[in-house]
Design a protein around this ligand. Structure first.
Ligand SMILES: Cc1cc2nc3c(=O)[nH]c(=O)nc-3n(C[C@H](O)[C@H](O)[C@H](O)COP(=O)(O)OP(=O)(O)OC[C@H]3O[C@@H](n4cnc5c(N)ncnc54)[C@H](O)[C@@H]3O)c2cc1C
Length: 416
C-alpha cells in the first residue's frame, strides 16, 4: 500500500454536504494532503440539519466516553460501532471542535452543546476547516446517475454539468432516497427506511388537558413486546413525548411501523412493585382515613394525573381513604403499574428526527467504512442502517463514521 503523497493525486468525491460528508472530507484532506476532495451537495445550503438541530443549539454529541457503553445508545449499529468508537469517540469530537475555537458545554444526561449556545458555531468551524484544508464545495448540483465500469473508478452524470470522474466515492446523503438507490445500484442491500425518534399520538381521557405534566421515573412497554423503556414521560397536547417515549419509538421503530403505529402501550407510572404500592395504599388508609383520596397522593406523581388515575379506577372524587375497598385498591394498583393506552399514530419529534434503515451494515467494513461490495466506495452517517436514541448520538455517528472514512479513503490500495 502506498500513500497518496508518493503517487498521482486521487480524485475523491463526497456526495452530501451534511455532518458526515463534511467531517469525512475535512479529515481526508487533512490526512492525505495530496488528494483532491470535492463535496457535491444537492441543495443550495450545506449542513442544514446541523443548523436546525437541538432546536437551533445543536446537541452534537454526548459525554459518554466508554465505547461499549456509548454503542448501547444505538438500536441499530450497537455492535458495529464499538470498533469505530474506540478510534474516534465523543472525547475526540470535543477536542476537535475545541481546537477549532468552539468550546462545548455539558447539559442534562451528558448532552454536549456549543458553549455559546448556537449551532452556527459548529457550521462555521466545519466550513472554515473545509476551506483551509482545500476541500472544494459545489452546491445545487443534481446528480442523475453513478456508474462504475472498473473498481475504484466512478462516473457521475449530472443534469447541468460535464460528467465527473473520481477514484473514490463517499455516499453521505443521509436518509435521502437517491443515496440508497445509488448504493443499491453499486451492489448494496438497503433496509427500508422508517421513522425513528417520534412521539406518540394518544387521545385518552386520562391524559386530556394535562399537557405539560411530566413524570420522571416511568416505564413503558408495547403490549406483546419484552422491551421495557425507563425514563421521563411528558404529556403533550397530542399524547405522549419525553425521553422514554423517544427511546421506545427508536428501539421499537420497526415493530411500530409493522403495526402501522396502532399499538397498545403499557405505562408503569411509578416503577414500584405491586406489593409496595398495595402496602402504601393500606398505610394511607390506616394513617390518613379522614383525608379525601384525590387530595392526598402518597406517590411521586403530579396530583392532576393522580386524580385522573383514581377516576379510571372507579374511585369517586370525594371518597375518603377510610373507604378504599380492596377491589378499588387492586384496580388503582393496576392503573398505576400497567395502564393500557392506545397509540393512534406518531408525531415527528421537532427537536430531532431520524430514519432507521439504510445500507446493510454487514456489507460495510467498519475498520475503514469501505464497501465490501464495491472497491473505492465508502459510506458515512445516516445513509447506513444506524440510528441512535436522542441525546447527541446521531451526530456522533456522523462524526465517527465520517472521520474513519476520511482517514481511509485517501489511501491508495494495491490494484484488485
Ligand atoms: C430537526 C432535526 C434535529 C436534529 N437534532 C439533532 C441533535 O440535536 N443531535 C443529534 O445527534 N442529531 C440530531 N438530528 C439527527 C442528525 O441531524 C442526523 O443524524 C445527521 O444530520 C446525519 O448526518 P448525515 O451527514 O449522515 O446526513 P444529513 O445531515 O441528512 O446530510 C445529508 C446531506 O446530503 C444531501 N443530499 C441528499 N441527497 C443528495 C443528492 N441526491 N445529491 C447531493 N446531495 C444530497 C442533503 O441535502 C444533506 O445536506 C436531528 C435531525 C433533525 C431532522
Amino acid at each position: 500500500m502506498r500513500s497518496i503523497s508518493e503517487s498521482q493525486a486521487l480524485e475523491i468525491v463526497v456526495i452530501g454536504g451534511g455532518a458526515a460528508g463534511f467531517f469525512a472530507a475535512i479529515t481526508c484532506a487533512e490526512s492525505w494532503p495530496g488528494c483532491s476532495l470535492t463535496i457535491l451537495e444537492k441543495t443550495d445550503q450545506v449542513l442544514q440539519k446541523v443548523r436546525l438541530s437541538g432546536g437551533g443549539r445543536c446537541n452534537l454529541s454526548n459525554a459518554c466516553f466508554e465505547p461499549r457503553k456509548l454503542a448501547e445508545n444505538y438500536p441499530r449499529g450497537s455492535k458495529e460501532l464499538i470498533g469505530p468508537f474506540s478510534r474516534f469517540q465523543p472525547r475526540d469530537t470535543m477536542t476537535w471542535f475545541e481546537e477549532r475555537g468552539v468550546p462545548l458545554c455539558q447539559e442534562a444526561e451528558g448532552r454536549l452543546f456549543p458553549a455559546k449556545g448556537r449551532s452556527a458555531a459548529i457550521i462555521d468551524a466545519l466550513t472554515a476547516a473545509a476551506e483551509s484544508a482545500g476541500v472544494k464545495l459545489s452546491t445545487g448540483i443534481d446528480i442523475t446517475s453513478i456508474s462504475s465500469k472498473s473498481p475504484r473508478r466512478f462516473r457521475l452524470e449530472t443534469r447541468t454539468e460535464e460528467p465527473i470522474d473520481c477514484d473514490r466515492l463517499l455516499l453521505a446523503t443521509g436518509s435521502a432516497p437517491a443515496g440508497h438507490a445509488w448504493a443499491k445500484a453499486l451492489g448494496h442491500s438497503i433496509l427500508p427506511p422508517v421513522p425513528s425518534l417520534f412521539t406518540f399520538a394518544i387521545t385518552d381521557e386520562r391524559l386530556t388537558g394535562l399537557s405539560g405534566l411530566s413524570v420522571e421515573g416511568a416505564q413503558l412497554q408495547l403490549k406483546g413486546s419484552k422491551l421495557k423503556q425507563r425514563g421521563a414521560i411528558l404529556i403533550t397536547h397530542h399524547g405522549l413525548s419525553g425521553p422514554a417515549v423517544l427511546s421506545l419509538s427508536s428501539r421499537e421503530a420497526r415493530t411500530l411501523h409493522k403495526l402501522d403505529y396502532q399499538a397498545q402501550l403499557q405505562i408503569d407510572w411509578l416503577t414500584l412493585s405491586r406489593e409496595k404500592i398495595e402496602q402504601t395504599l393500606k398505610s394511607s388508609k390506616r394513617n390518613k382515613p379522614r383525608l379525601v383520596v384525590s387530595a392526598y397522593c402518597p406517590f411521586e406523581l403530579p396530583r392532576r394525573l393522580w386524580v385522573r388515575l383514581l377516576k379510571a379506577s372507579g374511585i369517586p372524587h370525594q371518597q375518603r381513604w377510610a373507604d378504599l375497598s380492596n377491589k378499588q385498591s387492586k384496580l388503582l394498583t393496576s392503573e398505576l403499574t400497567d395502564g393500557s393506552y392506545q397509540v393512534q399514530g406518531i408525531n415527528p419529534n421537532k427537536q430531532e428526527f431520524v430514519t432507521c434503515g439504510g445500507v446493510q451494515l454487514k456489507e460495510v467494513d467498519f475498520r475503514t467504512m469501505g464497501s465490501r461490495q464495491h472497491p473505492g466506495l465508502y459510506f458515512a452517517g445516516e445513509i447506513l442502517d444506524i440510528d441512535g436514541i436522542t441525546g447527541g448520538f446521531n451526530f456522533q455517528n456522523a462524526w465517527t463514521t465520517g472521520w474513519l472514512a476520511g482517514r481511509n479513503m485517501g489511501k491508495e490500495e494495491s490494484p484488485g
